[in-house]
Design a protein around this ligand. Structure first.
Ligand SMILES: Nc1nc2c(c(=O)[nH]1)N[C@H]1C(S)=C(S)[C@@H](COP(=O)(O)OP(=O)(O)OC[C@H]3O[C@@H](n4cnc5c(=O)[nH]c(N)nc54)[C@H](O)[C@@H]3O)O[C@H]1N2
Ligand SMILES: Nc1nc2c(c(=O)[nH]1)N[C@H]1C(S)=C(S)[C@@H](COP(=O)(O)OP(=O)(O)OC[C@H]3O[C@@H](n4cnc5c(=O)[nH]c(N)nc54)[C@H](O)[C@@H]3O)O[C@H]1N2
Ligand code: SF4
Ligand SMILES: [Mo]
Length: 658
């Protein structure tokens, strides 16, 4: 019996990207545990991390390519799969051109080489692609506008903060390795403030939970800014030397009254004052989550929070920062080395608009679609129309491990290798500023292939001779060979298995040189703030606002695959339940203009009046996707999905009150 231990990283689309220690016996991984020596992982991983072994060896894995024949899937060889796909592609390209081929993917699992699939579509010609984000797009666009880049402080730096403001993030469920840092900072005397419409598990870690109305945060931030400016509590030196647009902001603040601001966010002036006192107890740090920007005005909300960071002068100092994400590793990748020589002109639609725009595309229509690392039938907004749009596409190829609700709609399903069966580079752009070398730990258990290999085969079969035919080590070496001014020491990365790049350890913006056109921090323009206030005053009476949040037990739909529940739960406060005459565990119908969903009532004191919440990710077998109810509309900037901008009615079953 040969037993060995190796390090690897969890590649799930998570803030934490844990360093894991794998035990391998006779070529099989038998145990995964948190690496005790890693400063962020600190020796523990979550349930989803531990489940990797079960999922890799699961009898439910797709074991070899599958083809749909007369509505049923049959197993086929890789040769037949590649031949069939290549034949279809040639037919569609000859008849309709390359724009009739679409590619959709997302971040189901990270991995640098996963991006080789994007390159394939560049080499193919002008394809139909998707832009924007289901996830974080409005906030990214906001920080790009304000700072010119998106950078975060290293996890440890939070220990230098006196005040920690968690704004619409729920680390207890979604970013659990932030929790020990918050607890330690708290023990050292830091004050923790949470802003969330729900009393989440994170509220229990906080000294003060501010429960605002959903989507009202920008009004609270503007009120705080107004008070800081009026009371001269802002950092005048920072504002004068490092920002642009202050005078306009100041004049606008003077024109506003607190009453209307506080009505929009559901707070009071005493809370605003107390908040400002904590924010200006330097250093204060702000951690923004992604739930707060899944609104029509998601971009301006994050810009308003950034504005508070600049006014408080907490930018560029240890223990400070407005932390949203950390996109520095993108700067280290040498994409140019593998870019096609001729520039392509792809056709783009926003991801969120899949349901309403895909079928309307013409000249040419989309005939074939590749879907990878994603479960759009469940996760895209306006799910019922998304499925209808998918059904209209003649030929669909899905790359996944499992027969998801999306894979079931495909014509060909290609099984991909699990991360422990392939070599790749993994890093997080969300929080943990670490890059990992994930070496292959075990042989492929089923007849699976990594994406780069699948697309290499397809390129060869289609005669795309320029497409680089490289193995995974060659791909890694080329992609990490250094961009214009950033270099990774590959040898060190390989031997240590992970590194923190210099920039990941540095305090962002400490030189006060921002990447904006002016070189300064840019305050949001007054027009944007005014529009937010005008929109916010339009109420949607008679409807509940439904928030769909991420949950500890699953990474979106992935770990709900084996869930046995009949209907998902919808959380409602006691007053609202009484008003509707519904009781705990009652089965009701949730309905709006996009569709309906059957759900089980849970009466909870965690939610405020007029607001409901559900966990997202449920499969069709569990009563349907929560996205049956969500809107395909986009946020103000960043082409972001607006899942939380969801108004519904609750209908008692059997009642004739529709
Ligand atoms: N276990 C687990 N971890 C995950 C994921 C997962 O699915 N499961 N998903 C990963 C991914 S892809 C992402 S994007 C992140 C998301 O991570 P988070 O941003 O932490 O999670 P969300 O559930 O999107 O939203 C966080 C909080 O925003 C709150 N919120 C909603 N509307 C508002 C508002 O108007 N104002 C304020 N202040 N708060 C609001 C919600 O109530 C929720 O508690 O998590 C990552 N980590
Ligand atoms: N209502 C509502 N909807 C939401 C959200 C919300 O808050 N509310 N959150 C949104 C957010 S933040 C996000 S990021 C999206 C996520 O949307 P998706 O990324 O579509 O969600 P997942 O359920 O994680 O699906 C990923 C799929 O990729 C597969 N997969 C995993 N690893 C690999 C791999 O290495 N290769 C391939 N080819 N496949 C792999 C998994 O088996 C799984 O089926 O959902 C969005 N949808
Ligand atoms: S899902 Fe996140 S917290 Fe869990 S093991 Fe993976 S990286 Fe760590
Ligand atoms: Mo996400």
């Amino acid at each position: 019996m040969s037993s060995e231990h190796k390090l690897c990283a969890c590649p799930l689309d998570c803030f934490d990207i844990c360093s894991m220690r794998a035990e391998i016996i006779n070529g099989k991984v038998i145990k995964l545990e948190g690496n005790k020596d890693h400063p962020v992982t600190q020796g523990f991983i979550c349930e989803k991390g531990r489940k990797h072994i079960e999922r890799m060896y699961s009898p439910l894995r797709i074991k070899q390519p599958m083809k749909k024949e007369n509505g049923e899937f049959v197993e086929i060889s890789w040769d037949e799969a590649i031949d069939t796909i290549a034949g279809k592609l040639m037919h569609y390209i000859d008849t309709y051109g390359t724009l009739s081929i679409a590619q959709y993917n997302d971040g189901g699992a990270g991995g640098l080489l996963k991006n080789v699939e994007n390159l394939f579509f560049d080499y193919l010609g002008n394809a139909t692609l998707f832009k924007g984000s289901l996830c974080w797009g409005a906030g990214i666009a906001a920080q790009q506008s304000d700072f010119g880049h998106v950078k975060g402080h290293s996890p440890e730096d939070i220990l230098n903060a006196k005040t920690i403001i968690i704004w619409g993030r729920n680390p207890v469920e979604t970013n659990m390795h932030l929790v020990p840092f918050i607890k330690k900072a708290s023990e050292q005397g830091a004050k923790v403030v949470l802003l969330d419409p729900i009393t989440t598990g994170t509220a229990a870690l906080s000294n003060w939970h501010i429960q605002l109305k959903p989507g009202g945060d920008a009004a609270f931030a503007i009120a705080a800014a107004k008070y800081m400016i009026e009371s001269k509590l802002y950092d005048e030196a920072f504002v004068q030397n490092n920002t642009r647009g202050f005078n306009e902001i100041k004049a606008y603040m003077e024109s506003l009254n607190y009453k209307e601001l506080l009505e929009v966010c559901g707070s009071d002036l005493e809370s605003v004052k107390r908040f400002v006192e904590l924010l200006t107890s330097k250093p204060a740090t702000i951690y923004i989550g992604y739930g707060v920007q899944r609104y029509n005005n998601g971009g301006v909300t994050v810009r308003a929070i950034d504005m508070l960071g600049a006014l408080a002068g907490i930018i560029g100092i240890s223990g400070g920062g407005v932390n949203y994400a950390n996109k520095i590793y993108g700067d280290y990748i040498n994409w140019k080395a593998v870019a096609p020589k001729t520039k392509t002109n792809h056709r783009y639609i926003a991801k969120s608009k899949f349901s309403v725009e895909l079928s309307n595309l013409d000249n040419p229509k989309v005939k074939a679609m590749f879907i990878s690392r994603s479960n759009p039938a469940v996760q895209l907004p306006n799910a019922l129309e998304t499925v209808a749009a998918l059904n209209k596409i003649e030929f669909k190829v899905v790359l996944d491990y499992f027969m998801t609700d999306t894979a079931k709609l495909a014509d060909i399903v290609l099984p991909v290798t699990y991360f422990m069966e392939e070599t790749d580079i993994v890093y997080s752009s969300m929080w943990n500023g670490c890059m990992f070398y994930n070496e292959k730990l075990v042989d492929r258990y089923f007849q699976t292939k990594p994406e780069y290999e699948i697309y290499s085969l397809l390129a060869k079969r289609l005669g795309i001779n320029e497409f680089p035919q490289m193995n995974e080590i060659q791909w890694i070496n080329v992609l990490l060979s250094g961009s214009d001014n950033h270099t990774i020491n590959i040898d060190q990365l390989k031997s240590d298995t992970y590194i923190f790049a210099e920039e990941a350890k540095a305090i962002p913006w400490s030189d006060h040189k921002f990447n904006t056109a002016s070189g300064k921090f840019e305050f949001p323009d007054v027009f944007t703030l005014r529009k937010f206030m005008e929109d916010a005053k339009q109420k949607n009476e008679g409807h509940f606002q439904l928030l769909t949040v991420h949950t500890r037990e699953s990474l979106h739909s992935q770990h709900l695959m084996t869930s046995k529940i009949t209907y998902p739960e919808v959380f409602i406060c006691k007053d609202d339940a009484q008003g509707l005459d519904v009781c705990n565990k009652e089965i009701v119908r949730l309905q709006n203009q996009f569709g309906s969903l059957t759900a089980e009532i849970v009466i909870s004191d965690k939610i405020q009046k007029g607001v409901l919440y559900m966990k997202e990710g449920w499969w069709f077998k569990n009563g349907g996707s929560v996205n049956n109810l969500t809107s395909h509309e986009l946020s103000d900037i960043g082409n972001q999905a607006t899942y939380n901008e969801c108004r519904i009615k609750i209908i008692k079953l059997g009642a004739n009150n529709e």
